[in-house]
Design a protein around this ligand. Structure first.
Ligand SMILES: [Zn+2]
Ligand SMILES: [Zn+2]
Ligand SMILES: [Zn+2]
Length: 746
């Protein structure tokens, strides 16, 4: 390279504080180490901050720029195609690169605690001696004793970085103990096995049915042609989608290419993981929240080097650094967990996957028994290649489904009842013949409202605008938004009445309790967020249920995510109505998908299944369509509604949410932003008024929002980014820009 052409300026996105990329001068001695994607340390104000080089030029527009201090990693951490993807995410989802690029970096990069060699700490003396020392230190140096406590319980040792994460910032105590020769600290090369210990048995490819074969052929054609193409597999539950994934991945690997499989939640898809491990064994990396930082760091590097060709994980696995990607599969593509709602960038992993496929000329496969309206519309308009699987592979027929009108049940019963007569008879029959039942209710807890019958005061969360849910087992009231928990009071805090509370709203805990009252001796398992707080508990539950340790499984939507229970022959859907009452444009889509997915758990293998839907809205169209499992009919009617009201997929929406502890300030900021926005966007843009969010207060933060609706977003993102520089968000406020929001209500 000639001296004159050398790039002497690097544009750097900093890890913290500043969203705007900054220019730095490249000192001669560092020039050969810096390239696009290098990680560098640069001065900012009076300190140094790490960042990523996103651009190199010969000159800067700024007169006086500071030099790069140091190169942290000279080989690029982000490959050119992922850089392009990052820029697209930043532009489309209206998020600064400083918030997007960390998605692509190895885990733990932000704290710089990770290097290829790490410090491993273990006891240097016998356990006996360690115990004595701990006792001695307890009084005068309690912090050192605290560190030793850890090693008394874990004498095998641990990485220093992880230890400090576990026990808190006790570096100096740790150092002292090493100096005292009670602990040993050595540098080790990190190479931990990153694959979870799932039980699995090696399996061979199965013979495909004609329908599966046809779908597989379309996918392999795309893989052969090495062109970007998106497929949508619309296949009823039990139609053998997973076997197609497995064979498509194998095919992709034979072409020396790599594959990503996204699943909604690793913990809820253990069966799919088992199948994958049975087929691919060690060629697969499972990105799991249960992996330690170090394990994730290792797997990231192995994936980046091309040593592991298959990555499986939840939405963020789409950013895995596979160098030679050929195939991306998204299982249950309709699932809401693929969208990041809570922080920027509010990306949708499905849409990111399609863009990554485009940039890398990869084949993208989306699959579901209830495709999102967006994807099915894209398939009908030939943007995606559609494959339909209508038959179940094991010849099991789809379950029979009936609707029970709960209003008439209440009349018969002269009051509220959780279970219809039909459902009770159904459960009774299953108990007698030793088959299993599954009950779905998408609300946890015992009662959702506790109200004083004297003064009508209901006990709400002091930090959020929801009422507290009563939990019988712990006799507590707790908030399902912020986890605030208090003992359940007997005295009304408003009027002082004693024991005059009434309760409303049922949850899974009450279903379980009531079932035990009706069928003494019934064996139940309850699966919801309250019972699965402990890591790994899902797998244990599923195993117990599958091995027949319970007669009835009661659960929230967790039980609807693709698991399969061979001896379930009865599914009861209690109160799907709640989902339909939410004033949101996706309410029907979500309710339909819940009914279909839950119903799909029944009647596999050789046992015919029965599904009972309990509802107070027996004439509701969505419930009726759910009961006939007629996705195409549902789609036809729902898409017409979307078109009529100009909702996605016919328009794009952007939701702008501002929250803060001071309600007035939050609303005021949003007002000013909205007013300027109206002046900047074309008249065809529909800008809705400002309203409080569905949850108007969460964790003491008041929340307001407004919606922007337009056929095409055009350069809206750039306009918003630009506006934000003239309306910087004050420290006590928080702004969230949600492009293609999954909900317009919450
Ligand atoms: Zn709860
Ligand atoms: Zn009262
Ligand atoms: Zn709360």
């Amino acid at each position: 390279m000639s001296e004159s052409a050398r790039n002497s300026v690097a544009t750097v996105v900093l890890d913290t504080g500043i969203d705007k990329p900054l220019d730095y001068q490249i000192p001669d001695e560092l020039a050969h180490q810096i390239s696009l994607g290098s990680r560098v340390l640069v001065p900012i104000q009076k300190r140094f901050c790490p960042g990523i080089v996103i651009n190199l030029h010969q000159n800067s527009a700024f007169a006086k720029i500071k030099p790069v201090e140091k190169v942290i990693t000279s080989s690029p951490l982000i490959s050119p195609d992922l850089f392009l993807l990052g820029r697209w995410i930043s532009a489309y989802y209206c998020a600064p690169l400083s918030k997007v690029l960390p998605l692509f970096l190895p885990p733990g990069t932000k704290n710089e605690i990770q290097t290829k060699t790490q410090h491993f700490v273990k006891p240097l003396v016998s356990l006996e001696a360690l115990r004595e020392e701990t006792a001695k230190l307890r009084g005068k140096c309690p912090k050192q004793a605290e560190v030793l406590d850890y090693f008394l319980k874990n004498p095998k040792g641990i990485l220093a970085a992880e230890l400090l994460q576990k026990i808190g910032p006790l570096q100096s105590s740790l150092k002292t103990l090493i100096k005292k020769k009670l602990l040993d600290c050595s540098e080790i090369e990190v190479d931990r096995s990153l694959i979870l210990e799932h039980e699995y048995f090696p399996t061979k490819p199965k013979t495909l049915t004609p329908e599966q074969k046809e779908t597989f052929a379309k996918i392999t054609k795309s893989l052969d042609e090495e062109k970007f193409e998106t497929h949508l597999i619309y296949g009823v539950t039990g139609s053998g989608k997973t076997e197609i994934y497995l064979q498509a991945i194998e095919y992709c690997l034979q072409k020396q290419k790599q594959a990503i499989l996204l699943v909604p939640e690793i913990a809820l898809t253990s069966q799919t993981i088992e199948k994958l491990k049975g087929r691919f064994e060690s060629r697969i990396a499972i990105m799991h929240h249960r992996l330690s930082l170090g394990e994730r760091f290792d797997s990231w590097h192995k994936i980046a080097k091309g040593e592991i060709p298959i990555v499986v994980g939840a939405r963020s696995a789409i950013f895995s650094p596979l160098p030679n990607l050929g195939l991306i599969i998204i299982d249950e593509e309709h699932d809401s967990s693929y969208k990041q709602n809570e922080k920027q960038p509010c990306y949708h992993a499905r849409d990111v996957a399609v863009m990554r496929g485009k940039l890398t000329k990869s084949t993208v496969v989306l699959a579901s028994a209830t495709p999102s309206l967006e994807s099915y519309q894209n398939a009908l308009s030939k943007k995606y290649v559609l494959s339909t699987l209508k038959t179940r592979t094991n010849q099991a027929s789809l379950p029979t489904i009936s609707i029970v009108n709960m209003q008439s049940e209440f009349e018969k019963n002269k009051g509220f009842t959780l279970f219809s007569n039909k459902l009770l008879q159904g459960i009774k029959k299953r108990l007698e013949i030793g088959e299993q039942s599954l009950l779905f209710l998408n609300r946890r807890g015992y009662y959702s409202v506790k109200q004083c019958s004297r003064c009508s005061h209901s006990i709400d969360c002091p930090h959020c605008d929801v009422s507290l849910t009563f939990h019988l087992s712990s006799n507590t009231l707790s908030c399902h938004l912020c986890d605030y928990t208090i003992p359940s009071p007997r005295i009304c805090p408003s009027c002082g009445a004693l024991d005059e509370f009434t309760h409303k709203g049922v949850g899974t805990e009450q279903v379980e309790k009531t079932l035990h009252a009706i069928f003494p001796g019934v064996r139940t398992l309850r699966l919801d967020r309250d019972t699965t707080k402990q890591k790994g508990s899902h797998e244990i539950f599923f195993k117990q249920f599958r091995s027949g340790k319970a007669d009835v499984l009661i659960g929230t939507q967790m039980i609807a995510k693709g698991l399969h229970f061979p001896s379930v022959t009865l599914v009861g859907i209690l109160q799907i109505d709640t989902a339909l009452h939410i004033p949101d444009f996706r309410a029907s889509e979500i309710a339909f998908s819940h009914i279909t997915q839950v119903a799909g758990r029944a009647g596999r293998a050789d046992l015919l299944g029965e599904v009972i839907i309990q509802t107070s809205l027996p004439e509701n169209t969505t419930i009726k369509q759910g009961s006939t499992q007629d996705y195409e009919q549902f789609f036809t009617e729902e898409i017409a509604t979307r078109k009529f009201f100009a909702y996605p997929p016919f328009t794009h929406m952007v939701k702008i949410v501002c929250s803060g502890s001071n309600a007035e300030k939050a609303e005021d900021y949003l007002k000013r932003l909205r007013t300027s926005l109206i002046q900047r966007v074309p008249a065809s843009f529909h800008i809705h008024p400002i309203v409080p969010c569905g949850h108007a207060k969460v964790k003491d933060k008041h929340r307001f929002q407004f919606l922007i609706k337009a056929e095409k977003l055009g350069n809206l993102s750039a306009i918003i980014q630009d506006l934000l520089t003239s309306f910087p968000v004050k420290k006590d406020l928080h702004l969230l820009i949600d492009v293609d929001p999954s909900s317009t209500f919450f």
